[in-house]
Design a protein around this ligand. Structure first.
Ligand code: HEC
Ligand code: HEC
Length: 265
């Protein structure tokens, strides 16, 4: 039995040696090789990155940038006045919290309604004393806020329409001027839709853009957007001309938006 024990005492030792020699050493070699390969690859990536021009980097990230940029134009679902009231306004106006005029309480609304719709809407959009702008929900569109206002004011006898301030319509002459600017500076992208530029025939895209309001579009044209260059890349273009081009684009796009709406009906 003792001999048996001795046998088992030496076997693990030799096994250990065998393990060291036969397993750990090749293992170490493998680890070293892996590090070596990784080192080469890392070096290549660095070299590549260094060699990449700014433009190349931009080209690389473009598909990603485009998908980011397209999202804001996804058609958003506009809620009704009742939904807006229930989801946002009722938290105060339901109870009259913070001194807000309470829903359906004619006495609380009478004088306020007498100010007229425009003032009420401006107060609801921009805030008024303890009334937070957009009822405290910056995600509400102007149109939704207007519906919320009308929902509450019409509940106490007003008969307002949830319209937004009409934007100044460009004259036919301005649109014609804009067309010339567009052809020279913008058509190269916006006619074909290259690099994600919204084609003037893309009703769905323009419905979203038009909803942002002309000012936002003027700003985008003059200062550039994520994917669109400032003034279409023509530094010499005046701000006024860039705006005229937008007037023309919106004028054209409205036709596409209308066509889309009729097709849906
Ligand atoms: C955090 C509380 C709060 C929420 C939420 C809120 N309001 Fe108000 N609102 C007030 C208060 C307070 C006033 C009264 C302000 C005053 O007259 O000093 C008010 C007043 C108003 C008025 C009258 C303004 C005027 O000129 O007399 C309108 C219109 C209005 N709110 C619309 C809305 C709409 C629409 C919503 C939802 C989108 C909303 N409010 C959500 C607190 C709130
Ligand atoms: C080199 C291509 C290119 C040219 C030239 C170009 N655009 Fe654009 N434009 C784009 C792209 C791409 C977008 C989409 C950007 C985005 O989705 O944010 C865009 C978007 C816009 C928008 C919508 C803004 C928004 O929020 O998306 C307006 C308005 C616009 N361009 C006006 C103009 C005007 C005006 C000109 C000519 C003066 C012009 N563009 C020339 C590529 C171009």
């Amino acid at each position: 039995m003792a001999g048996h024990y001795e046998m088992t005492k030496t076997t693990p030792q030799s096994f250990l040696l065998a393990t060291l020699g036969g397993l750990v050493a090749p293992g170490l070699a493998i680890v070293l090789i892996v590090f070596y390969v990784l080192g080469i690859q890392g070096g290549q990536v660095d070299a590549e990155a260094a060699a990449m021009s700014d433009q190349a980097v931009r080209d690389r990230i473009k598909p990603f940038g485009q998908s980011l940029a397209i999202d804001p134009n996804a058609p958003r679902v506009e809620r009704t006045g009742e939904q807006i009231y229930n989801e946002v306004c009722s938290s105060c106006h339901g109870s009259g919290a913070l001194g807000s005029p309470k829903y359906k309480e004619a006495g609380a609304w009478g004088k306020r309604n007498a100010q007229g719709y425009d003032t009420l809407l401006t107060h609801a959009l921009k805030g008024f004393n303890k009334m937070p702008a957009r009822g405290g929900d910056p995600d509400l569109s102007d149109q939704e806020v207007a519906r919320g206002v009308v929902y509450m004011t019409n509940a106490v006898g007003a008969s307002f329409e949830p319209v937004l301030k009409k934007e100044r319509e460009p004259s036919a002459a301005e649109v014609a001027q804009g067309k010339v600017v567009y052809a020279a500076n913008c058509a190269s992208c916006h006619d074909s839709g290259v690099t994600g530029a919204q084609k003037l025939t893309d009703g769905a895209a323009w419905a979203g853009l038009i909803a942002q309001g002309k000012e936002a579009l003027y700003k985008a044209a003059v200062e550039g957007t994520f994917g669109g260059p400032a003034k279409g890349g023509n530094e010499k273009l005046s701000d006024a001309d860039a705006r005229l081009a937008v007037d023309y684009m919106v004028d054209q796009a409205k036709t596409a938006v209308e066509a889309m709406k009729t097709a849906k009906k």
